[in-house]
Design a protein around this ligand. Structure first.
Ligand code: GUN
Length: 291
């Protein structure tokens, strides 16, 4: 059997065009949805993510109030900027690209963003709402994955779902989302302390790999017909590429696609959905100001 390759780019394009239509109707009411992306330093992966986010903002017809700061910017300056953006009624969403330079406390910065402008869903208020099932901003990558699963028509209720990775950005919120009644899966989280990951993944209907390491999941670790979602974005040196690298995920795509029922590619799977859901959350933040 060869797996269906889930086209994240196509699903993301659909989400983004729905958002763009709603932006146009908000504009008629005098509201111009606006996001401020804050980037400190020039980490190449972060620069590339921020470029992608800003491009999507422009395509959706949103206002881009992004701020690019040098790596030496002090924590105090970043906090001052967040305070200004919090107070600005024309700014609906604020996103600080992570990781931040080592001299800046990420928690302090994330927690300084007003929860109603926290379109990343990283503020403890939004994390708490995710846990208890209240409406709040959902983290973009896990939320995007649930949209991919829905669009592909994958049943999650009663299924065994294994999440590999326990980061605050992906693993933990992913597990909490799949646990919600809406998705109703039986969730297991594997992490660096897990002795034998294969013991869990072999039994799983859905595996979501977010370990941050290539080949974390190989074909021998899954059962026939499993659904495999690859969250990894790893840069592998490749002299045949102009950039000098190529992107690979956390799963062994070539091997797994012969055994799984569905798989997401890297690039073109989860990545585009992260950006689409950011645009979606920003629209939500702008619409919330009408309530
Ligand atoms: N770094 C890696 N992923 C993300 C994300 O989703 N949001 C932010 N702000 N930083 C990130």
């Amino acid at each position: 059997m060869s797996a269906v390759i889930i086209d994240g780019k196509a699903v993301a394009a659909k989400v983004k065009s729905d958002v763009a239509a709603k932006v146009a109707s908000l504009n008629e009411k005098g509201i111009r949805p606006c996001l401020a992306v804050v980037l400190v330093g020039d980490n190449p992966a972060s620069v590339s993510y921020v470029t992608g986010k800003r491009k999507a903002l422009a395509e959706a017809g949103m206002v881009d109030r992004s701020v690019i700061l040098p790596a030496e910017t002090s924590e105090e300056e970043v906090l001052r900027l967040i305070d200004e953006l919090n107070k600005d009624p024309e700014v609906h969403g604020i996103l600080v690209q992570l990781p931040l330079p080592k001299h800046i406390d990420e928690k302090k910065v994330t927690n300084a963003i007003l929860p109603e402008k926290d379109v990343d869903g990283f503020h403890p208020v939004n994390v708490g709402k995710l846990v208890t099932g209240e409406d709040g901003f959902l983290p973009c990558t896990p939320n995007g994955i649930t949209v991919l699963l829905k669009e592909a028509g994958i049943e999650t209720s009663g299924k065994k779902c294994v999440v590999i990775g326990r980061s605050n950005i992906v693993g933990k919120p992913m597990a909490l989302l799949m646990l919600r009644k809406e998705f109703n899966a039986t969730v297991t989280v594997c992490h660096t302390g897990t002795k034998n990951i294969a013991e869990f993944t072999k039994d799983a209907d859905i595996v979501i790999a977010a370990s941050g390491h290539p080949s974390t999941l190989t074909a021998d670790m899954i059962k026939d017909g499993a659904v495999v979602i690859d969250v990894g974005v790893n840069r592998i040196p490749d002299s045949s590429k102009k950039s000098g690298f190529r992107l690979v995920g956390d799963v062994d795509f070539e091997g797994i696609k012969e055994k799984a029922s569905f798989i997401t590619p890297v690039p073109g799977g989860v990545g585009p959905m992260t950006i689409a859901m950011l645009i979606y959350n920003t629209l939500q933040a702008a619409e919330n100001t009408l309530k």
